[in-house]
Design a protein around this ligand. Structure first.
Ligand code: SAM
Length: 405
């Protein structure tokens, strides 16, 4: 299969300004739109039809009504999307989000614990074979200080993310989670610490962890093998997600958009996999190359395609929590607000101490300052409130029901 060329090949214009500002929930009542008579692209077809005459509105309507599409339909929708189709899909996605969550944005404080990693994911700047990576790890006291700072700023979820660092053995993580749980009984504790055996996940859960983020990265096994060393198994990776679910975690998964070798069909499989998993949270963001990886010369994934997929995910799984991610904001200065306008409802300000932030260097140009940082959280809240969102002091649990073991 030819790698998916992304938006550049389609000559997309930036979405209309209307996608940057939230619209009233009933904006979606115009969906599907009346037949479009004008020929905006000079071709002998309406703008929502592909060159082969497939009416993509049919798929968009079907997604809206049935909350899913077949793999072929997803592929056609992704390949044939137009800015016009995307705008209307975003209006539907906002309406679906607002129906479940209202116009609420939940904030999570992201703490990047360690840049050591025993894994060697080919795309990642902190992969073990990057000898030039700057390595650090935070002490438990530093983590607790970050949580206290975040709490004072109104954050009620802490996300502890890191490379897979053997120093953070099971007992250290249990101790850390227990301490946070004791100090912040009203907060959610989210871990994003990679693959562990079932018993370790169970121990973290017993210590007080509520949620776990583990992107599946790609649901296609041969694509997974292109992105990871042979020692990493897609089956084991996916099995972790189902283990986490059975243990009663709120589970987050997701993938990179535009990763090397990715095709529209891979993305269709990602969507089908997420439909089956029905996760509580879904994080997607563009792949961005890192100068010290083999993928250094690969193009970054596009913001427009990431936004389109956020809209699709919202329509497919309306009860999921979906962040507008740092990677999206790193490739598009408006990524945060455009993500929300496409149906996202979570932002993750960075709580990592400034002296470490630059060393959690997953990809080039990662946004670490400005509204990305917890030090500017008051400005971030103001911007969100001015745009018509509420930003509660709340854990912001998922509306997807938690599965019990
Ligand atoms: N070790 C944990 C794990 O694998 O889930 C958490 C840390 S890992 C660095 C977090 C996420 O960063 C990965 O799931 C991956 O999707 C994302 N990531 C890594 N390299 C990236 C890149 N070059 N561009 C965009 N996202 C990247």
């Amino acid at each position: 299969m030819a790698p998916y060329a992304g938006d550049a090949s389609k000559g997309f214009a930036a979405p209309a300004a209307s996608t940057l500002t939230p619209q009233p929930a009933d904006a979606a009542s115009t969906f599907p739109p009346p037949a479009v008579a004008e020929q905006r692209d000079g071709l002998d077809r309406a703008p929502h039809e592909t060159a082969r005459g497939v009416d993509l509105w049919r798929f968009a309507e079907k997604l809206q009504a049935g909350r899913t599409l077949s793999e072929n339909e997803w592929t056609a929708l992704i390949e044939g999307r137009t800015p016009d189709l995307a705008d209307r899909l975003f209006a539907q996605a906002r309406a679906a989000r607002d129906e479940v969550y209202g116009r609420t944005v939940y904030l999570r404080g992201l703490i990047e614990l360690t840049s050591f990693c025993k894994n060697d994911c080919l795309y990642c700047g902190i992969r073990k074979s990057n000898r030039q990576a700057r390595r650090y790890r935070m002490s438990v006291d530093e983590v607790l200080a970050c949580c206290a700072q975040g709490y004072a700023q109104g954050l009620r979820t802490f996300v502890l993310q890191g490379g897979e660092d053997p120093w953070f053995a099971q007992d250290k993580i249990v101790t850390m989670v227990r301490s946070i749980r004791e100090q912040h009984p009203d907060c959610a504790i989210t871990l994003s610490l990679g693959e562990w055996p079932h018993d370790a996940y169970a121990a973290f859960r017993a210590a007080g962890a509520d949620r776990f983020l583990l992107r599946h990265e790609t649901a296609d096994d041969s694509h997974y093998a292109m992105l990871h060393p042979a020692s990493m198994s897609p089956d084991r990776h996916k099995a972790c997600l189902f283990d986490l679910r059975r243990l009663g975690y709120q589970v987050g998964s997701g993938f990179m958009v535009g990763s090397p070798g990715q095709t529209a069909r891979h993305l269709a499989r990602d969507l089908a996999f997420l439909k089956k998993l029905n996760p509580h949270m879904i994080g997607i963001g563009p792949f961005v190359p890192h100068r010290h990886t083999a993928f250094r010369a690969e193009p970054a994934g596009s913001a427009d395609l990431t936004l389109f997929l956020i809209g699709c995910l919202r329509l497919m799984l309306p009860r999921a929590l979906i962040p507008a991610t740092t990677a999206l904001n790193s490739v598009d200065a408006q990524g945060r607000m455009r993500g929300l306008a496409a149906g996202a409802n979570v932002l993750m300000p960075n709580l990592t101490p400034p002296q470490y932030r630059g060393s959690y260097d997953l990809y080039d140009g990662k946004a670490t300052s400005g509204l990305e940082g917890v030090e500017n959280i008051a400005r971030l809240r103001r911007q969100l409130e001015e745009a018509g969102y509420q930003v509660p002091l709340a854990r912001g649990d998922s509306a997807v029901a938690v599965e019990r073991a």
